[in-house]
Design a protein around this ligand. Structure first.
Ligand SMILES: [Mg+2]
Length: 202
């Protein structure tokens, strides 16, 4: 069995939605970026939380998950987003550029059919702010029939919190890996790097 995947969305997860004054939350720092295809004279404001560097890297340092971007930022995630919060280059799910006017053209998240094909029978934890009831039903069915599947849905005006990543760790700790329960993944996300050091199971 492949390592469980961790699918990361960006808008509404790492970049919270601005408030009515077009400001991000005070926990986040404003940046200006020029996504691929945008006019360089019209950069886009985004807000990123510097604390996410430690939170996410602590999770990645457990080596219990295969992190991958699953976002309409596509490869821009590795050039415009990840480096600004100290994340390494991650794999990217090549989502198509489809002409849709809603993120739920069939009542569920537009990314889901691509994820289903991409992940095949692998376990996955997926953090996205835009799931519908049909997506949660899909995850329950996939867990029952195919592989453990966890959906985590942040409030898009708040974004990713330590509690979300703790839920991922708790989930992955319950997935048997090579016959062992995943003990190394049970330490909380706010632990220091030393506390989080992963040692092989005895
Ligand atoms: Mg989103």
């Amino acid at each position: 069995m492949n390592l469980p995947h961790l699918l990361l969305d960006i808008d509404g997860v790492l970049i919270p939605f601005p408030n009515t004054d077009q400001q991000g939350p005070p926990t986040h720092v404003r940046h200006l970026v020029v996504p691929t295809g945008h006019n360089p004279t019209q950069p886009v404001p985004i807000w990123l939380n510097p604390r996410h560097e430690t939170l996410i890297n602590n999770l990645l340092d457990t080596h219990q998950l295969h992190p991958v971007w699953c976002t309409s930022w596509r490869h821009d995630a590795n050039t415009h987003i990840g480096p600004r919060i100290g994340l390494p280059d991650l794999d990217v799910i090549d989502l198509p550029r489809t002409a849709i006017t809603t993120s739920h053209p069939n009542g569920y998240l537009w990314k889901r059919d691509h994820v289903t094909r991409w992940a095949a029978d692998d376990p996955l934890a997926w953090i996205d702010d835009d799931f519908t009831l049909l997506d949660h039903e899909w995850a329950a069915h996939r867990t029952a029939t195919t592989a453990p599947t966890l959906l985590i849905q942040p409030d898009p005006h708040i974004g990713l919190t330590p509690e979300h990543l703790d839920r991922v760790l708790t989930w992955v700790a319950g997935i048997p890996v090579q016959g062992h329960v995943n003990q190394a993944a049970t330490r909380p996300m706010n632990a220091t790097p030393q506390q989080r050091e992963v040692r092989p199971a005895a």
